[in-house]
Design a protein around this ligand. Structure first.
Ligand code: NAI
Length: 336
């Protein structure tokens, strides 16, 4: 029996997490779920980090967590609990597969899109060190370390090797930010010869965005700094059907936190409109990570059959034509 820490989050988090747990239970996976709270409720209860010490210990104990999105106030207020968890547990690589799914029509349907984004997950501007300066100016520090750059580059090459991929691209803004982004580029070039079977390419990040739209087939694995990876992973999700379908995982050496790319989606929260596909795919990644490969395959196949049968939530259909979150889950369950 594997113990999994479950963090429902807020906004659509509890809806998509519940949908996914229903399916894992329906499959009788040998998993025990331990629920903890993080975010608004924990802040209200007086925990300044947005999570209690007991909850943090449960994450350490179980090592694997399935997490829904958590709202961060935009432009004011407390620091992101998501960033706190990534830093606290040193989950230094945020890995986000971008792949076309059966049954979902996008402008890219029929094209061979299948790449993974490896985003550095704890450094860069997400150190969150900002201050006011004279004249009303505002300053943020972009911090990148040799260790941080090296481990994320190594992770990208290791994933490429494990998955039989031929190339890794490192996307940076080293033409302008020669110290910080330059450090990532130089580290990538130093690490690359350790993986001689894999072609290593550097690409400037703005051209990378352009190339991802024009010719996404050329990419297999992409590694980049935190902020650039954040932006490019939403772009990547847009190629294959949007944020409702894009899974992700935060990997460290000890703890792994599985969460989709999307956020708390306050515009649709509590209405049964959320697409649980991203979270179900995130659970597939988690099952593979804990070596429950048969269960991962079964869940993925049931999801694909549901999509192929044309059962789609409202984010993927013309207005008013989609099924609810629960109807989608019921359809997936029928294929399990
Ligand atoms: P968002 O990802 O929550 O929403 C962007 C758009 O995508 C919205 O129109 C939303 O309805 C749609 N969308 C997202 N997930 C969907 C799903 N599963 N099914 C159907 N439609 C979906 O991004 P936004 O609006 O920028 O952020 C909202 C809040 O979430 C913010 O407080 C932000 O900080 C937080 N956030 C949290 C993350 C996390 O916990 N890992 C990641 C990204 C954002």
């Amino acid at each position: 029996m594997n113990n999994i820490t479950v963090i429902p989050g807020d906004g659509i988090g509890p809806e998509v997490v519940d949908a996914t747990i229903q399916l894992l239970k329906h499959m009788n996976c040998p998993l025990a779920f331990e629920y903890i709270e993080a975010g608004e409720e924990a802040f209200k209860a007086g925990y300044v980090q947005g999570i209690s010490d007991e909850a943090l210990q449960i994450i350490v104990k179980n090592k694997v967590a399935l997490k829904g999105p958590i709202t961060t106030p935009v432009g004011y207020g407390a620091q992101s609990i998501n960033v706190f968890l990534r830093k606290h547990f040193q989950t230094y690589a945020n890995v986000r597969p971008i792949k076309l799914l059966p049954g979902i029509t996008t402008p890219y349907s029929g094209r061979a899109i299948d790449f993974i984004l490896v985003r550095e997950n704890i450094e860069d501007l997400y150190a969150g060190i900002e201050f006011d300066a004279p004249g009303g100016a505002a300053i943020a520090l972009k911090i990148m370390t040799p260790e941080g750059c090296e481990r994320v580059c190594r992770k990208a090459f290791e994933l490429a090797q494990q998955q039989g991929r031929q190339s890794v691209h490192c996307a940076t803004k080293a033409n302008i930010l020669k110290k910080t982004e330059g450090l990532l580029k130089r580290t990538f070039e130093r690490v690359a010869p350790n993986y001689p079977s894999i072609k290593a390419h550097h690409i400037i990040v703005d051209n990378c965005a352009h190339q991802m739209v024009r010719q996404p087939e050329q990419f297999e694995v992409l590694v980049m700094s935190n902020m650039n990876g954040d932006i490019l992973s939403d772009l990547g999700s847009g190629l294959v059907g949007g944020l409702g379908v894009a899974p992700g995982m935060n990997l460290g050496d000890d703890v792994a936190i599985f969460e989709p790319v999307h956020g708390a989606a306050p515009d649709i929260a509590g209405q049964g409109l959320a697409n649980p596909t991203a979270m179900i795919q995130t659970a597939v990644l988690m099952l593979k990570y804990i070596a429950m490969h048969d269960e991962a395959t079964a869940l993925e196949e049931a999801l694909f059959k549901t999509l192929e049968a044309g059962v789609l939530t409202t984010d993927l259909t013309p207005k008013g034509a989609g099924v609810s979150t629960q109807q989608f889950v019921d359809a997936v369950a029928q294929y399990l």
